[in-house]
Write a protein that binds this ligand. Structure first.
Ligand code: NAD
Ligand code: IPM
Ligand code: MN
Length: 366
């Protein structure tokens, strides 16, 4: 078997705690001969700033660019609230996304049957929920220029961020979303604010043009604010939601709570297929952050991180059987009643990060 390379960037806060549980799964699959991953680990975020004054070093960027896939934990925390803006922990994440060209962010929100009562919503609203948010990840207001604060000289300042989208950026994310819809429920909602934003008008125009190539997929337009409301009112009306960088960020946190917790939501950030090899650059990370409020307590839910690794197995390495097995192990421990604090239910005893990781690994070994 060819050796596949994984570059691990655990990051800060609970990022380091949950990555340990993925490392155990990789050690197991390598030992079993199911995978042949060569692992390297780097620094990203506040820990990298502490080590060498940048959110990510050039050396680690080069390793990320070379790896078959990057597995990312989480970055950030109050310790770095006052570092220069371009060196803040989150800058590492944004640079990785941009420099690796990871424009397509897949954020599945699946409500595991055992967690239907852990959601903030009623069981009947979320039972069987399986939606996929396809978030544009390298454009929009996150990266548009100008992006600045200027002093107006009269005691006032002006903060500017710029939302920019070009046709090709919308076209390619729409095609990813339509292709994925074909493998699922054949239904798309495109969420924008074309009622107030020019970039939204273009977004809708381009997505509708792409939709003509996918006449077998049911196409719906929805305004992003209504989308947020509908996700809470009746989430099962959705299959695939395609949206821009900022709306995708917000809508995926909303969707997370339908599944029980932000600690449940994995994601895959994918680039375009290489013209020669067909391989995509990719980074896999939980949707949640470094959770400073619980960091160091050993109670973070590692499921979003482990499920992100399962997405790597599926999307970067075509190891569908193993990915199914990891996701099955997660479903199985939940069915057994195991809960971390964030998905606690019925006053039952909760387990910490390590115990949850160990239980998932035990299912894999069984
Ligand atoms: P957060 O996602 O870190 O936490 C929000 C809430 O969810 C907290 O109460 C936290 O305890 C809880 N939570 C999150 N993940 C959990 C898990 N796995 N298990 C149990 N509970 C979990 O968001 P925040 O507090 O707004 O941000 C904290 C820092 O993380 C900020 O610096 C932010 O920029 C950063 N952040 C990083 C990423 C990333 O690295 N991908 C994503 C989001 C936020
Ligand atoms: C996410 C995070 C990031 C984002 C931050 C940490 C830069 O919230 O991945 O959802 O806004 O994209
Ligand atoms: Mn977010």
């Amino acid at each position: 078997m060819a050796t596949h390379s994984l570059f691990l960037l655990p990051g800060d806060g609970i990022g380091t705690e949950i990555m340990v549980e993925v490392e155990k799964i990789i050690a197991w699959s390598n030992a079993e001969g199911l995978t042949d991953f060569a692992i390297d680990t780097g620094l990203a975020g506040g820990c990298a700033y502490d080590a060498h004054g940048e959110a990510i070093s050039e050396d680690d960027m080069a390793k990320a660019l070379k790896a078959d896939a990057v597995i990312f934990g989480a970055v950030g925390g109050p310790k770095w609230d006052n570092v220069p803006y371009d060196k803040r922990p989150e800058a590492a994440l944004l640079r990785l996304r941009k420099d690796l060209g990871l424009f397509a962010n897949l954020r599945p929100a699946i409500c595991y049957p055992a967690l239907a009562d852990a959601s903030a919503l009623k069981r009947e609203l979320v039972e069987g929920l399986d939606i996929l948010i396809v978030r544009e990840l390298t454009g929009g207001v996150y990266f548009g220029e100008p992006k600045e604060i200027t002093d107006l000289g009269n005691g006032q300042k002006r903060g500017v961020d710029t939302q920019v989208y070009e046709t090709y950026e919308i076209d390619r994310i729409a095609r990813v979303a339509f292709d994925l819809a074909r493998t699922r429920g054949n239904k798309i909602h495109s969420a924008d604010k074309k009622n107030v934003m020019k970039s939204g008008v273009l977004w809708d125009e381009v997505v509708r043009t792409v939709a003509k190539d996918y006449s077998d997929v049911a196409f719906n337009h929805i305004l992003a604010d209504n989308c947020a409301m509908q996700l809470v009112r009746n989430p099962k009306q959705f299959d695939v939601i395609v949206t821009d960088n900022l709306f995708g960020d917000i809508l995926s946190d909303v969707a997370a709570m339908l599944t029980g917790s932000l600690g449940m939501l994995p994601s895959a950030a994918l680039g375009a297929p290489d013209a020669v090899t067909g391989k995509r650059k990719a980074m896999y990370e939980p949707v949640h952050g470094s959770a400073p409020d619980i960091a160091g307590k050993g109670i973070a839910n590692p499921i979003a991180m482990i499920a992100s690794h399962a997405m790597a197995l599926r999307y970067s390495f075509g190891m569908i059987e193993l990915a199914d097995k990891v996701e099955g192990a997660i479903a199985s421990v939940l069915a057994d009643g195991l809960r971390c604090a964030d998905i606690a239910q019925d006053n039952r005893k909760t387990v910490g990060t390590e115990e949850m990781g160990a239980a998932i690994l035990a299912k894999l070994k069984a």
